[in-house]
Design a protein around this ligand. Structure first.
Ligand code: FES
Length: 107
């Protein structure tokens, strides 16, 4: 089973199972991580914003215009920010490292 490491706001690292085909947002919700995702994944809220480890960023699907527009409204935007509801888990993403906005990151 592929894994994702989430870095939480307090710096805690949580390694979780990441079933193929689920979005990073759905996976985070299964493990009670603090990602609001208020629109439920329909690309109309930006509250599912996460920061992707730069080493993993190029493995992600290209960002589409709708995500880019919505992402502009996210708080604490970075160069490797994405909306987690748009990131679908694949074999290639095994080992993905994701920080929640506000988490201390040292990459
Ligand atoms: S959950 Fe609303 S845009 Fe991702």
């Amino acid at each position: 089973m592929p894994k994702i490491t989430f870095i939480e706001e307090d710096g805690n690292k949580k390694i979780v199972d990441a079933p193929l085909g689920l979005s990073v947002m759905e996976i985070s919700q299964k493990h009670d991580l603090d990602i609001e995702a208020s629109c439920g994944g329909c690309l109309s809220c930006a509250t599912c914003h996460v920061i992707v480890d730069p080493k993993d960023f190029d493995k992600l699907e290209e960002i589409e215009e709708g995500e880019e527009d919505m992402l502009d409204m996210a708080f604490g935007l970075t160069k490797t920010s994405r909306l987690s509801c748009q990131l679908i888990m694949t074999e290639e993403l095994d080992g993905l490292v994701i920080a929640l906005p506000g988490a201390p990151i040292d990459w």
